[in-house]
Write a protein that binds this ligand. Structure first.
Ligand SMILES: O=P(O)(O)OC[C@H]1O[C@H](O)[C@H](O)[C@@H](O)[C@@H]1O
Length: 539
C-alpha cells in the first residue's frame, strides 16, 4: 500500500478552513481568552512529564475541529500505519522509514520486505554498549597502552548534528571523556580540533551513512595522516571506528572490520541519532543514558501511534503549524528553549524540518500550488530576548514560536531557575496580550512616543513545559518534532524522506574543484566565471 495521495487544497476541510480563516483572521487572542474561562484547560495536553499548552494560538475550537478533519481527509491515520509497518514510504529512494524501530523494545516486530529488523537492531545495540563500556571504563586502550581521554566524531549533516546536539544537551550527564565534533570541510575546523588532541589517547568515530561524503572523507583522511605521524598503520585499528552502510569503502579507508558499526538504508540520515550514529552519545554519557534517550523516543512513538489526534501532541502541533503556514502565510517558526543546554536544538531541527519538507513537487510528481516547509530558527531564551525578540514583538511578520522549558533545573539553583521561568512565562504572556495605547498613555509616556511603545500582541506561541531535562525527556522531545515533520509532509502531499535538493551544489562543487588545478575553465555564467578566476589568482 502506498502513502495516501491527496492534494490537501481539494479536501472539504481545506475549503472550510479557508472560509473560517476569513472569519477569524483578525480576532485577537485576548478576546478568545476573555470569552472562555476554560480555554487554557481545553487547549492543553498533559502527557507523561509533558505539559503542552497550545491555547495561545489564533485558533478556536472550530479551527481545531476543521484541522482535525483535514488530518482525516488526507488519511493521516493510514499514513502513520504505513510508516510503522515498514512500507516503502520513501518512494523516491525506494526505502522504508523506520527510525522508530531503533527505539522499540526487542520484542517488537518491524518488517522490511518481510524480514524483521529487530534482531539486527539489537545486535548493533549490544555492540555499541560493549564498545562504549570498554572505552569508558578504560579496558580498551590506545596503541601505547593509555586509556582514551578524547573522542572525535567525524561526520556532517545527520551524521553530526544529532549526536552533537544530544551530547551538548546532555552535558550534565557526561562522563570524563572529552568529545569533539569535526564536520566542516573548512580545514580550519579540523585543525582547530587536532590542536587539542593527543594521538595516543584519542578515539576517532567516522560517521557516514554512505561513506562517500566529501567533507567527512577529507576530514577523516586529514586526521588519519596526522595520526600516522605519531603511530604506525597497525595502530589505526585501535583508534578508528566507523558507522556506515558502506562496508567496502570503510575497509578501503583502512578501518578494521570489527570496528564497523552498521547502519541501514531504512534510517534517514537526519533521523539516525538513534542508531550507531549515536555511538558518540553512548561514549559521552554512557550506554544507559543512550538507552533512556531511546526509551523516551519510544514512548513518544506510542503516544503518536495510539493517541486520538485531538490529544496527540505531534499531530496538534503539526496542524497548528499548517494553519499558520498555509492560511496566515507565516513563513517561519521559532523554537526557543529556555535552557542553555538546548543551545543547538534549533540548529539540529533545521536539518530535520527543512531538509524533509523543503519540497515543491507533490506525490504525483506535480508542482504544488500551496506553501510547504517552514523555515525554522531559534536560540535559547533568555539570550534571544535580548537579541531578536524585538522583531517577534513589534515587527511586521507573524512568527509562531515554540517555547520549551523545564520546571526543574539540573543544578538546582532556584534563584536562577525562578528568574529563567519568569521570563519563559512572561514572554508568551506579552506576545499574547501586547500593550494597548491606553496602557502606554497611562504609564505617563510622552504623547509623540506613544505609538512606538504599543504592542499589538496576538503573537502565537506553544508552551512545552517538561519536568526535567533528562535523556528520556530529550528523547521524547526530539521524537515529537520528528512526528510533526511526518504529519506535515503527509498533509502537504510531499515526500519527506529524500533530499535531492542538496545534490546539485555538490556536483557543481566537484566540477569547480577540478578547474582550480586545471587551466581549462568550463563554461559558467559570467559571475561564477569571474569569481572562480579571482580565486585562482588570489589563493
Ligand atoms: O552520513 P552521510 O552519508 O555522510 O551523509 C551526511 C549528510 O549529507 C547529505 O548531503 C544529506 O543532505 C544529509 O541528509 C546527510 O545527513
Amino acid at each position: 500500500m502506498a502513502l495516501p495521495n491527496v492534494n490537501p487544497t481539494t479536501t472539504p476541510s481545506w475549503k472550510k478552513l479557508q472560509s473560517h480563516f476569513e472569519a477569524v483572521k483578525d480576532v485577537h487572542m485576548k478576546d478568545l481568552f476573555a470569552n472562555d474561562a476554560d480555554r487554557a484547560d481545553k487547549m492543553t495536553i498533559k502527557w507523561d512529564d509533558f505539559y503542552v499548552d497550545f491555547s495561545k494560538n489564533r485558533i478556536t475550537e472550530e479551527t481545531l475541529g476543521y484541522l482535525l478533519e483535514l488530518a482525516d481527509d488526507v488519511k493521516l491515520k493510514e499514513a502513520i500505519q504505513s510508516q510503522f509497518s515498514g512500507e516503502i514510504i520513501n518512494k523516491t529512494e525506494g526505502r522504508a522509514v523506520l527510525h522508530a524501530a531503533l527505539r522499540a523494545p526487542e520484542s517488537a516486530t518491524f518488517n522490511v520486505e518481510g524480514q524483521n529488523v529487530m534482531p539486527e537492531v539489537y545486535k548493533a545495540k549490544q555492540k555499541i554498549e560493549g564498545f562504549a563500556n570498554e572505552v569508558i571504563n578504560g579496558e580498551r586502550k590506545g596503541y601505547t597502552g593509555k586509556v582514551f581521554t578524547d573522542v572525535v566524531n567525524i561526520g556532517i549533516g545527520g551524521s553530526d548534528l544529532g549526536p552533537a546536539m544530544v551530547v551538548d544537551s546532555l552535558q550534565y550527564y557526561k562522563n570524563h571523556l572529552t568529545t569533539h565534533f569535526v564536520s566542516n570541510v573548512d580545514g580550519d575546523h579540523v585543525n582547530e580540533v587536532i590542536k587539542k588532541l593527543d594521538p595516543e589517547t584519542t578515539l576517532f568515530v567516522v560517521v557516514s551513512k554512505t561513506f562517500t561524503t566529501q567533507e567527512t572523507l577529507s576530514n577523516a583522511n586529514t586526521i588519519k595522516s596526522w595520526f600516522l605521524k605519531s603511530a604506525n598503520e597497525t595502530a589505526i585499528a585501535k583508534h578508528f571506528v566507523a558507522v556506515s552502510t558502506n562496508l567496502e569503502s570503510v575497509k578501503n579507508f583502512g578501518i578494521d572490520e570489527n570496528n564497523i558499526f552498521p547502519m541501514w538504508d531504512w534510517v534517514g540520515g537526519r533521523f539516525s541519532l538513534w542508531s550507531a550514529v549515536g555511538l558518540t552519545i553512548s561514549l559521552a554519557v554512557g550506554y544507559n543514558n543512550f538507552a533512556s534517550l531511546l526509551d523516551g523516543a519510544n514512548k513518544m512513538d506510542n503516544h503518536f501511534k495510539n493517541e486520538d489526534f485531538k490529544n496527540n501532541i505531534p499531530v496538534v502541533l503539526a496542524l497548528i503549524s499548517i494553519w499558520y503556514n498555509n492560511f496566515f502565510k507565516a513563513e517561519s517558526e521559532a523554537v526557543i528553549p529556555y535552557s542553555q543546554y538546548l543551545n543547538q536544538f534549533a540548529t539540529y531541527l533545521q536539518q530535520g524540518i527543512m531538509e524533509s519538507n523543503g519540497k515543491s513537487i507533490d506525490r504525483n510528481g506535480n508542482p504544488v500550488n500551496y506553501e510547504t516547509g517552514t523555515l525554522i530558527w531559534g536560540e535559547p531564551g533568555t539570550n534571544s530576548q535580548h537579541a531578536f525578540f524585538q522583531l517577534i514583538h513589534q515587527g511586521t511578520k507573524l512568527i509562531p514560536a515554540d517555547f520549551i522549558g523545564f520546571t526543574k533545573s539540573l543544578h538546582g539553583n532556584q534563584d536562577h531557575q525562578d528568574k529563567l521561568i519568569s521570563n519563559f512565562l512572561a514572554q508568551t504572556e506579552a506576545l499574547l496580550n501586547g500593550k494597548t495605547e491606553a496602557e502606554v498613555v497611562a504609564e505617563g509616556t510622552k504623547e509623540d512616543i506613544v505609538p512606538f511603545k504599543v504592542f499589538k500582541g496576538n503573537k502565537p506561541t506553544n508552551t512545552i513545559f517538561i519536568n526535567k531535562l533528562s535523556p528520556e525527556s530529550l528523547g521524547k522531545l526530539i521524537a515529537m518534532y520528528e512526528h510533526k515533520i511526518f504529519v506535515q509532509g503527509i498533509i502537504w502531499n510531499i515526500y519527506s524522506y529524500d533530499q535531492f535538493g542538496v545534490e546539485l551544489g555538490k556536483q557543481l562543487a566537484s566540477k569547480i574543484l577540478q578547474e582550480f588545478n586545471n587551466s581549462a575553465v568550463n563554461e559558467h555564467d559570467s559571475s561564477t566565471h569571474n569569481l572562480l578566476n579571482y580565486y585562482r589568482k588570489m589563493s
